[in-house]
Design a protein around this ligand. Structure first.
Ligand code: NAD
Length: 262
């Protein structure tokens, strides 16, 4: 029997990239899902229907903008209405902007802090009491290797991801006696649209070619010289939802090919 049958999960930013990989892995283990994120309506509906059909689970879509606390409350309420409870929250939605700090637009700073950090607080705020009262919950924050180390030109992202670790540790302590764990997965580079989009900006900021950015900037930091895959992150998220992972709590867990071992 799939290990997450009867559980329900919200995965934010799951119309693309890592979120979609994690959503798929949870569905494959039988979890019902709320998927979230932006994109063309027909493509999102195609993915929603595919996940439901391929894995025999219920999947609903909620288009909450994760920069807006009232829409995040609406997302939590929609999940509860559809499934009666929320067992698993994966805070994954995120954006990036790459620019030297003196040129970094303040509205980009605000948007990155809102989407990459504050949204996790708001969704946990809206689902935590129920998890505690049912004595089971799993909160997984998709942080980054940039929650542990910095790179130039990513001030807002690095600040937000370091903040996610602080939130993760606090929530872990508050949930510990109630069967609720909270951990941060810290991926290295994964070749998703988020990374593909920053390659031209990195090339401009550093004055090098896009190929050189991939080779000398992105994978230079990753000792395995390979991108992390969304399937690897999905499998790890499934493990964190297992009973075997009950004592993993408040941890920053790198999946980065050895990047942060430097
Ligand atoms: P992606 O661009 O492929 O996907 C981002 C998802 O977030 C999409 O579904 C998008 O629609 C959604 N999103 C963006 N803004 C939103 C908003 N305001 N409201 C709701 N949804 C919104 O990116 P990805 O690489 O899959 O990144 C997912 C997470 O993983 C991010 O938090 C990112 O920081 C983190 N991460 C990515 C990498 C990497 O190398 N790709 C590495 C470490 C951490």
């Amino acid at each position: 029997m799939p290990s997450l049958k009867g559980k329900s999960a919200i995965v934010t930013g799951s119309t693309s990239g890592i979120g979609l990989g994690v959503a798929e892995a949870l569905a494959a283990e039988g979890a019902d899902l709320v998927i979230n994120g932006f994109g063309p309506a027909d493509e999102i509906e195609r993915e929603r229907a595919r996940l439901a059909k391929d894995y025999g689970v219920k999947v609903i879509y909620n288009g909450a903008d994760m920069s807006k606390p009232d829409e995040i409350s609406g997302l939590a309420a929609a999940a509860k209405q559809a499934f009666g409870k929320v067992d698993i929250v994966v805070n994954n939605a995120g954006i990036q902007h790459v620019s030297p700090i003196e040129e970094f637009p303040s509205q980009k700073w605000d948007a990155i802090i809102a989407i990459n950090l504050s949204s996790a607080f708001h969704l946990i705020h809206d689902t935590f009491a129920d998890m505690k009262s049912r004595k089971w919950g799993r909160i997984i924050n998709i942080a980054s290797a940039h929650a542990l180390v910095a790179s130039p030109f990513k001030s807002a992202y690095v600040a937000a991801k370091h903040g996610v670790l602080g939130l993760t540790k606090t929530v872990a302590l508050e949930g510990a006696e109630f069967g609720v764990t909270c951990n941060a997965i810290c991926p290295g580079y994964v070749l998703t649209p988020l990374v593909e989009k920053q390659i031209p900006d990195q090339a401009k900021a550093r004055g090098i070619s896009e190929e050189a950015v991939k080779r000398d900037v992105l994978l230079a930091a990753q000792p395995t010289k390979q991108f992390v895959t969304t399937a690897q992150l999905g499998a790890f998220a499934v493990f964190l939802c297992s009973e075997a992972a009950m004592q993993i709590n408040g941890a920053a867990l790198p999946v980065d090919g050895g990047w942060t071992a430097h």
